[in-house]
Design a protein around this ligand. Structure first.
Ligand SMILES: [Zn+2]
Ligand SMILES: [Zn+2]
Length: 144
């Protein structure tokens, strides 16, 4: 791999880390393109995939039209607004309370649990105070 690729991949990782995570591939592209004007969206996708495979990034799928990327850190939970698509990390001390649940799951046919997810989906305070529009968020949720 040449140095330009390495630098681009590092820049992609840094952009997500500095932002605090939860960026779409498109948002990453816009951020990193400032530094690498010749960057293509395809390169961003390819590097995001490599970073996920390497275990440096985690891809989050909340059933919305797009997925989000964040750096891998301690397990935490997400609060997602289904109107504007804002995503907030929830640092909740519920890990210990969940341990017995995880232990029970482990007993289900000797399954090896690698991760668990807990998402809180609703409407954020700012969207609640806005007059109702016909669900036209910046990050609309995929209709199922
Ligand atoms: Zn909202
Ligand atoms: Zn997060």
């Amino acid at each position: 791999m040449n140095t330009r690729n390495t630098k681009q991949r590092q820049a992609i990782f840094d952009a997500i880390e500095h932002h605090g995570g939860h960026l779409t591939a498109d948002e990453v592209y816009k951020l990193v393109k400032r530094r690498f004007p010749r960057l293509s969206l395809g390169t961003v996708y390819r590097n995001l995939r490599v970073l996920v495979e390497q275990g440096s990034l985690r891809e989050l799928d909340f059933g919305m039209a797009v997925t989000y990327f964040e750096t891998v850190k301690d397990s935490h939970y997400h609060i997602i607004c289904r109107v504007c698509g804002s995503i907030t990390d929830a640092e909740m001390p519920i890990e210990r309370r969940l341990q017995s649940v995880v232990a029970q799951a482990r007993n289900l046919g000797g399954f090896r649990i690698e991760e668990h997810r807990l998402d809180f989906i609703g409407v954020c305070a700012s969207c609640q105070s806005k007059p109702k529009k016909a669900g036209r968020g910046a990050r609309p949720i995929k209709s199922r």
